[in-house]
Design a protein around this ligand. Structure first.
Ligand code: FEO
Ligand code: CA
Ligand code: CA
Ligand code: CA
Length: 566
C-alpha cells in the first residue's frame, strides 16, 4: 500500500465526536462493557452491594475498591490477572448516606481504608464478555492496612521509625495509589501520590516538621482518619507520613506475598513508574511528581536484569536522577548524589523534592504519566496543566518560570513532552526533547492557547494525564480535565481517550467518558483483542443507570468482529 494507506492503518477506527452525556462512547465497530465496579465481589463471602448504600465496613476489603486508576494485566500460567489501583475515596458516595461527607466512627475509617489500595483479580472472557473470577487464588485486596516491607536506602532511617515499628522497616498499607508500572520480571508497581491528605493532627496547634510543607502535610487532613486512627494523627505519630510517597512492588502471582516499598525510587507524589531497559540491561524507571512546579525523575539500577536471575536488588540499588531541560531542546539528567545535594543517600530518598531543588531541576507543569515507546528509543510525559506557572509553586518549592517544555503561563490545557535519550540509551545522562503536542482550543483562541498544529476542532482535549503505548507503538492518551464544555473548554466535552501516532503527530479521539469522570488506566488482554480502561469518579448513576450511586468502573472494550486492537 501507499504511505497514506499505511498511515491510515495506524488508526483502524473512525474517530468519535465529543460527548457531554452520562455514559461511555467508543467508535463504530467497537463495544464496551463493565467488568468491575466498586463494590463488586471478589470473593463469594463478600457483602452484597446495595445500590443506595454501597457496602458495609465489614467486608469492604473483599470487594473491588473505589476510584479505579492505573492497571496492568499479567498472564500467569494462562490466567489473565489484572492488578489495578484504587486511588482515593469519595466519602459522600462511599459512607453510609446518613453520614454525609465526614467520618463519624472507627468503622467509617475502616470502610474508607478498605476501599482503597490495590485489587489483584483474575478475569475471564465468557459468552457475555469479561468478568471477575470470584474466589480465584490470585484474587487479593491490598488496603491502607496491609503489612508491607520498606526497602532501599531509606529503610530503617530514624525518620521512618515509629512507636509501632521502632526498626523503621515495616509499614501498614499503601496510600493514594495513582498510576502503575510493570517490571520486566512480571511484578506490579503501584505509585503513592497524594498521601498527604490522609494525615492530620487532633491537636491543630501541633508543631510539624519543616520538611512537611514541601509535601503538603498539614494539621488539617482531607479524610479525617486521625480522628479515629491514631496512626494518622501527627500529634501522636509524626514520622508516619515519611513512610508513604513511594513506589510499591507487588507480586501478582502470589496472593500471600508481602508488598515492598522501594524507597530508592524516591518519595514524592508519584504518578506512575514507566519501566524499560538500558542498552546494557540495567533497569530504567521514569517517574513523574504530580504537583505544580515539581520535577520529572529517572532511576537507573546498578545491576542488570537477566531473565531468571534474582531481581530483589534491582529496585533497591541504583541512581536516582532529576531532569533539567534547556531552552535549546537539550536536557540533562542530574544525579541526586550525596555530593551534589549535601544530603545522605537515605535523606535523598525521603526528601527527594528538596534534593531536586538543590541540584536545580526544572519545575514542570504537573508531570503525570510517563510512557516509553516500545518501537523507538523515546519517552513521553503528560504535563497535565498548571494554573500557577510563573509563580512560586508550593510551600518550599522553587520559582516556576515560563519556558522550555512549560511554555505557557496559566496553562489550562497541558502538553506532552517527549525526549530522545542520547546514544539511543535510556541510561544516558543527556537527551534532546520536543513537545509532541500542546493541547489547546482552536475554536476559542488564535494564539499559543489554540494548541499545536496537530490540534484541531475534531480532536481537541485538555489535561492529558494517563498515557500508555501499545505494542505497535501508538500512544494512548487519557484526560483528566475540565469537562464544563464552556468558555476555554467549549467543544471539548467530557474527559476522553485518544490515540496518537508518534511518527506523524496525528491524534484521534477513541473514547469519551461519562460526565464528571476522568479516564485513567488501561491494559490489554494477552491476545490484544480487549483493552481494559478505567472510568474514575463518574457522575450520575454510571454505569448501572438505575438511579443508584455512581460507580467507578473498569470496563472492557472489544471490536465486534473479534479482531485485535493493537
Ligand atoms: Fe492521580 Fe496525578 O493523578
Ligand atoms: Ca493521573
Ligand atoms: Ca490528573
Ligand atoms: Ca484521579
Amino acid at each position: 500500500g501507499t504511505a497514506a494507506e499505511a498511515a491510515t492503518a495506524r488508526f483502524a477506527f473512525t474517530p468519535i465526536p465529543v460527548a457531554t452525556d452520562g455514559t461511555v462512547h467508543v467508535p463504530e465497530g467497537y463495544e464496551w462493557k463493565p467488568v468491575a465496579r466498586w463494590g463488586d465481589a471478589l470473593f463469594s463471602d463478600a457483602p452484597a452491594y446495595d445500590a443506595a448504600k454501597g457496602v458495609p465496613s465489614q467486608g469492604a476489603d473483599r470487594v473491588f475498591g473505589e476510584n479505579t486508576d492505573g492497571m496492568e494485566l499479567f498472564n500467569i500460567g494462562g490466567h489473565q490477572v489484572i492488578a489495578v489501583n484504587h486511588e482515593y475515596v469519595n466519602p459522600e458516595i462511599n459512607l453510609p448516606a446518613e453520614q454525609e461527607e465526614k467520618v463519624k466512627s472507627e468503622a467509617d475509617v475502616r470502610l474508607l481504608q478498605n476501599l482503597q489500595g490495590v485489587t489483584v483479580m483474575e478475569v475471564a472472557e465468557g459468552p457475555d464478555g469479561w468478568a471477575i473470577v470470584p474466589d480465584s487464588p490470585f484474587n487479593r485486596r491490598i488496603t491502607h492496612l496491609t503489612p508491607m516491607r520498606l526497602s532501599g536506602p531509606a529503610a530503617g532511617h530514624e525518620l521512618l521509625r515509629t512507636p509501632a515499628d521502632p526498626a523503621g522497616t515495616e509499614v501498614l498499607g499503601t496510600l493514594n495509589n495513582c498510576g502503575a508500572g510493570k517490571t520486566p520480571w512480571g511484578t506490579y508497581l503501584t505509585c503513592e501520590e497524594n498521601f498527604n491528605g490522609y494525615f492530620g493532627a487532633t491537636d491543630v496547634g501541633a508543631k510539624l516538621p519543616e520538611a512537611f510543607a514541601r509535601y503538603g502535610i498539614e494539621a488539617e487532613s482531607v479524610y479525617g482518619y486521625e480522628q479515629f486512627d491514631p496512626r494518622f494523627d501527627l500529634a501522636k505519630n509524626v514520622n508516619e507520613p515519611n513512610r508513604f510517597g513511594y513506589v510499591v512492588e507487588i507480586d501478582p502471582a502470589d496472593a500471600t506475598s508481602k508488598p515492598v516499598k522501594r524507597t530508592a525510587l524516591g518519595r514524592f507524589k508519584h504518578e506512575n513508574a514507566a519501566c524499560t531497559l538500558a542498552r546494557d540491561g540495567r533497569v530504567v524507571v521514569y517517574l513523574g511528581d504530580d504537583e505544580r512546579g515539581e520535577f520529572l525523575y529517572k532511576f537507573v539500577s546498578t545491576g542488570v536484569y537477566a531473565p531468571g536471575a534474582p531481581t530483589d536488588a534491582l529496585l533497591d540499588e541504583g541512581q536516582l536522577y532529576v531532569a533539567k531541560f534547556a531552552e535549546d531542546g537539550t536536557g540533562k539528567w542530574l544525579a541526586l548524589t550525596p555530593e551534589a545535594t549535601g544530603m545522605t543517600a537515605a535523606e535523598i530518598c525521603i526528601h527527594t523534592r528538596q534534593a531536586g531543588s538543590k541540584v536545580g531541576a526544572t519545575t514542570m507543569d504537573r508531570p503525570e504519566w510517563v510512557a516509553v515507546n516500545p518501537r523507538a528509543i523515546e519517552a513521553y510525559c503528560a504535563l497535565t496543566n498548571n494554573k500557577n506557572r510563573g509563580m512560586k509553586s508550593n510551600a518550599g518549592g522553587d520559582e516556576t518560570p515560563v519556558g522550555g517544555p512549560n511554555p505557557r503561563a496559566e496553562n489550562h490545557y497541558g502538553q506532552i513532552v517527549r525526549w530522545y535519550p542520547a546514544d539511543e540509551d535510556h541510561a544516558a545522562d543527556s537527551f534532546r526533547w520536543d513537545l509532541f503536542v500542546m493541547a489547546g482550543n482552536p475554536g476559542v483562541h488564535k494564539d499559543a492557547y489554540a494548541g499545536s498544529s496537530n490540534i484541531n476542532a475534531g480532536n481537541m482535549f485538555n489535561s492529558p494525564d494517563g498515557m500508555m503505548f501499545d505494542q505497535t507503538g501508538m500512544l494512548w492518551i487519557q484526560t483528566d480535565g475540565e469537562d464544563s464544555n464552556e468558555g476555554d473548554f467549549a467543544g471539548q466535552g467530557n474527559n476522553q481517550m485518544l490515540v496518537g501516532d508518534p511518527a506523524s503527530g496525528r491524534i484521534e479521539r477513541f473514547l469519551t467518558g461519562p460526565k464528571g469522570s476522568e479516564v485513567t488506566g488501561m491494559t490489554f488482554s494477552s491476545d490484544r483483542r480487549t483493552v481494559f480502561v478505567g472510568i474514575q469518579h463518574p457522575g450520575g448513576d454510571f454505569p448501572d443507570m438505575a438511579g443508584g450511586l455512581p460507580r467507578s468502573t473498569l470496563i472492557a472494550i472489544r471490536r465486534t468482529d473479534g479482531a485485535t486492537l493493537a
